[in-house]
Design a protein around this ligand. Structure first.
Ligand code: NAP
Length: 282
């Protein structure tokens, strides 16, 4: 079965749109997401455009603040401080990566935890690892939703995650653990990676290398979640970290690229924005 993140996210966004429609009568306004884009990296521009489109579909107010690459760290921090204080702003997202002269950690820490729709603030990360209420990072949250929507039983399964980044690998490992999977985290220093991945009943791949995972690395019947977004060096088209054509016939469930994890990430950003809006009203 191929899980279409595109279809699932369309369904979830339609449900959210119905919910958001009721907000003006209840709360006087709709949720407001502010996205800050520094520079004009084409991938970042396309992600920010996708977030604006999704906001429109759900009925969330979206403001995109575009600043040139030359913006100073202090100027960016001043913008965030003003947004933190603005009661009409519910979510603040700074599109990463930032130019080298700006300290990303400092910027993420400057965002008010209650408006941190990406779930990257250290207090949200700590809360996740302590199983406290928190805003979950969008990509890992979307992956768990996709597994559940596909009817995949996670509890008791052997899960292998390739990648240990703060935004995908580590948090998705924690969420799988919270769902009672037995989790192994593999990375660039893992020896005999194929031996490890062949043990996986659920394999999550977040590396950033086109078609890195080949059919011989995957067990028959495995559930395969492909997080990677790469350009295929041969065709120039978007592709994942997994050799989809070769693995799809042997996987029980697999996500495509594009149209898999990516749309679910944006969908979860919408969910997080609504959650932050509602929490600030309680
Ligand atoms: P990242 O920060 O670069 O981390 C990559 C991870 O992969 C690292 O932990 C690295 O190991 C591991 N790795 C690299 N080469 C490896 C190898 N040969 N064997 C085993 N492990 C290896 O990347 P990221 O931010 O997690 O993103 C990963 C991919 O997901 C990228 O393609 C990115 O564009 C995509 N992504 C997609 C979405 C979405 O919504 N669809 C969201 C976020 C990211 P070490 O730690 O040892 O270096």
């Amino acid at each position: 079965m191929v899980i279409s993140g595109k279809e699932l996210s369309a369904r979830l966004k339609a449900e959210m749109a119905e919910q958001v429609k009721t907000f003006p009568a209840k709360y006087g306004r709709v949720p407001h997401l502010v996205v800050i884009l520094v520079g004009d990296n084409p991938a970042s521009v396309s992600y920010v455009t996708g977030k604006a489109k999704a906001s429109e579909a759900v009925g969330i107010r979206n403001t995109t603040i575009r600043k040139p690459e030359s913006i100073t760290e202090a100027e960016l921090l001043d913008i965030i401080t003003a947004l933190n204080l603005d009661d009409e702003v519910d979510g603040i997202l700074v599109q990463l990566p930032l130019p080298k002269h700006i300290d990303e950690n400092k910027v993420i820490e400057a965002i008010d935890k209650s408006k941190d729709v990406d779930g990257f603030h250290p207090l949200n990360v700590a809360a996740l690892w302590q199983k406290q209420p928190c805003t979950l990072p969008c990509t890992p949250k979307g992956i768990i939703q996709m597994l559940k929507a596909a009817g995949v039983e996670i509890a008791g399964k052997r899960a292998v995650v390739i990648g240990r980044s703060n935004i995908v690998g580590l948090p998705v490992s924690k969420l799988l653990l919270d769902e009672n999977a037995t989790v192994t985290i593999a990375h660039s220093r893992t020896r005999n990676l194929g031996e490890v991945t062949r043990q996986a009943e659920i394999l999550v791949v977040a590396i950033g290398r086109p078609k890195f995972v080949t059919a011989d690395m995957v067990a028959d019947g495995a559930v395969v979640i492909d997080v990677g977004v790469n350009r295929d060096p041969e065709t120039g088209k978007l592709c994942g970290d997994v050799d989809f054509a070769a693995i799809e016939p042997k996987a029980s469930v697999i996500t495509p690229v594009p149209g898999g994890v990516g749309p679910m990430t944006i969908c979860c950003l919408m969910e997080n924005t609504i959650e932050c809006f509602l929490k600030r009203r309680r």
